[in-house]
Design a protein around this ligand. Sequence first.
Ligand code: HEM
Ligand code: HEM
Length: 111
Amino acid sequence: MKLAAELSHYALYALMIGMPLLGWAMLSASAYPVELYGGIYLPAILPQSDSLRTLLWNAHFYLAFAFFALILMHVAAALFHALVRHDGVFEAMAPVPIRDDGTRVEYTAAE
Ligand code: HEM
Ligand code: HEM
């Protein structure tokens, strides 16, 4: 389980960084500009090339589905920790205040 968690976290980081780069590279190979907010354009990172564009499109498309599958598995694993194992792993990431022993701070009306 530790190995699966570590590998999936590396894969999540790789896809979080890689997907936008693939999108940018794909548009560069299409000779299509990437416009940020306010009329600021990113420079092309690849020369125009139909074959590169096809390759990058396929990579961007299929890796996106792998990314979505991984996110679903990741959320399922987080819920497994929270609802089945009750081991404090979910609380380490969830945006709720926790005590040193891993239990949640329950707010009352007086607070
Ligand atoms: C985590 C980030 C991203 C994810 C998960 C993602 C996912 C996807 C998916 C699933 C498609 C296929 C849509 C379809 O045709 O059915 C797609 C298409 C596309 N993406 Fe992304 N994308 C991401 C980031 C980006 C970025 C940063 C750019 C541009 C800078 C970009 C540019 C494009 C373009 C241009 C297409 C359409 C390609 C075409 O059909 O000509 N993507 N993306
Ligand atoms: C409902 C949504 C999510 C929940 C509840 C959740 C929960 C968690 C939990 C419990 C951990 C483990 C924290 C620990 O090791 O103590 C974790 C780690 C991580 N999550 Fe999520 N997560 C969610 C969505 C996402 C998404 C959408 C991504 C990426 C696209 C992501 C990327 C990561 C990464 C990369 C780590 C490893 C952090 C590290 O230790 O370096 N998570 N998440």
